[in-house]
Structures are given as C-alpha cells and as structure tokens.
Write a protein that binds this ligand. Structure first.
Ligand code: AMP
Length: 283
C-alpha cells in the first residue's frame, strides 16, 4: 500500500483528484475523511494542508505527495522530487501599490514585505543584494499594504486578479511554481514498485495533454508534402484507399499548432479530416 498525501482543499485539490481518477485510482470524493483507500489500485490518500505535505513525506508519514513547488521549496526540499506534473502553474511574485513608481529591485531596500514564504524570499533578497524586513503572515497577504502592515507583498499569482483587486501591481517574479510529485527518500521495494506504476500512468496522461489524433484522406500525389506537416509519434500511418489514387493518413499533432496545420492540410488537398481527443499516450 502506497500512501499519497494530497491537499485537502484549495487550488491543487480538484486537479489532483482528476489526475488520480484518470490514473484509475477511484476515490469516494464525497467522503471528507483524513485517510481514504482507493478502489482498483493499492494506494490510500491522506488529506492534509498543503504546507504540511512536504514534511509528512520527508518524515515518512506519507510515502509520496502531490504539492505545489512553492511549498516544497519553502520547506527545504527534504523529500525527493519525482516528477513535475505541469498543472497548477503560478508564480511567487513581488507586488507593490499600483501607484508607486518602480525603478527596479532597489525599491525594496529598507521596505517591509508581507509573505507566507519567508525562506524563499530571504534567499531571493540575499541573491539580489537587497535588505528588506519580512512580515510573515499565513494568509490574506494581499491586504497587508492596504491596512499599513507592509509596504509590499510576496505571494502566489496566477491570473493577477487578486493583486489588481487590491490596488497592487506585480513587479518581480521570485520563482515559477507548479504541482510536483514528491516521494520519501527511502521507499521499500514494494512501495517503489507501486510508485513506478503510478508514474507510468501519470506519464501516459501528461503525454496525451495538448495532443490530438488526426485522420484524413490525402491525394497520393501530395502525400510527401502532407507527411512533412505530420511528424507523428514515429512516423504517420499511411493506408491506401480502395480507389487507388488516395491514401488515408493517421497521425498525432500538437494542439497549439492545430489550426495552422489544418489550414495547410486543406490547401494541399486533404479531405475528410477527422480530429479526435487523445486520452492517454504510451510512448
Ligand atoms: P490570482 O487572483 O488568480 O492571481 O490568484 C491569486 C490567489 O490565489 C492568491 O491568494 C494565491 O495565494 C492563490 N493562488 C494562485 N495560484 C495558486 C496555486 N497554484 N496554488 C495555490 N494558491 C494559488
């Protein structure tokens, strides 16, 4: 049995639960209990506050954890980083009142900065050669300048709307952050085998993200040019059609190039273009 620490609520919760479900780990989401056994896979989930996850994995209370990089780095990277999961992307940023002129990092010299990330911020300021005072608070950091508690803040930013809503502007990125899969440094062989299987499933799900399966009919005399547009996994699959002059082509394309590629395929005479979502991709 592998015990996975996951965030009990907050931004990471929904995406973590969706990833586990896609990986075939069925949990009764309705049940708000600390420890929950999964159906269909030898894991149990331990629901914790995000800032408790790095230590619980480092100390072996949980075997693995899914946690924001911000918390992992703040708590000293004591667990083993297994995989970057690519979701819950955000950045830890410095923000100041929006009407302040900002000449550069020297603005922070002698100022007070409110944050929940004192270790990361202390390291950052030391690297930048800036001396500032930190005011450590555990939540609602964005209200600190407005109530005279600090001159500036260092907090997680995703869309930026929280900052804008508090008359603040982002001026420096301290570090980018995303969800991470972390593990206890020494797992038993049994637990490591379960983690390897979990990782295999996560990788198949993450590899499918941003990709589409494309099926089309192409005139045989333009096949070379059409294949140049479709790199495929190894190379595209080409099957002759019954009429002899046309072929059917199957391949995988990147979603962010989708419209560009489809436009070019049509211009080359491709027809009957069918685009399908890819759920999992095992390479
Ligand atoms: P936003 O208004 O979208 O920029 O989000 C900012 C608020 O959401 C701040 O209170 C952040 O602490 C929190 N937040 C944003 N992204 C994340 C994340 N990936 N993980 C945890 N908290 C986040």
């Amino acid at each position: 049995m592998l015990r996975i620490a996951v965030q009990s609520k907050g931004r990471l919760y929904d995406e973590t639960m969706a990833l586990l479900e896609e990986a075939g780990i069925r949990l009764n989401r309705g049940k708000r209990v600390l420890l929950l056994s999964a159906k269909g896979f030898p894991v149990e989930t331990l629901f914790l506050r995000d800032d408790d996850i790095p230590q619980s994995v480092a100390h072996g209370v949980a075997d693995v954890g899914i946690v924001g990089e911000n918390e992992y780095v703040e708590k000293g990277r004591k667990a083993r980083l297994v995989k970057r999961l690519g979701f819950s992307r955000c950045r830890l940023a410095l923000a100041i009142p929006k009407d302040e002129a900002y000449p550069g990092k020297e603005w922070f010299e002698g100022k007070t900065i409110a944050t929940s990330y004192p270790h990361i911020l202390t390291d950052y300021l030391a690297r930048q050669g800036v001396k500032a005072e930190l005011h450590v608070i555990s939540g609602s950091v964005e209200i600190a300048p407005g109530i005279g508690l600090a001159d500036a803040i260092c907090d997680l930013v995703s869309s930026g709307s929280t900052l804008a809503g508090h008359q603040l502007k982002e001026v420096e990125t301290v570090m980018p952050s995303e969800a991470l899969l972390i593990a206890h440094p020494r797992l038993t062989a049994d637990k490591q085998a379960i983690l390897d299987e979990l990782l295999f499933r996560f990788e198949a799900i993450l590899a499918a993200e941003g990709k589409k399966y494309v099926l089309l009919n192409a005139p045989g005399n333009r096949l070379g040019e059409i294949l140049d547009l479709l790199p495929g996994m190894k190379s595209p699959t080409v099957t002759p059609l019954a009429n002899g002059e046309w072929v059917s082509v199957q391949s995988v394309i990147a979603e962010n190039r989708f419209w560009e590629i489809i436009g070019k395929l049509k211009a080359l005479g491709a027809e009957g273009i069918l685009i399908l979502p890819i759920e999992k991709l095992i390479v």
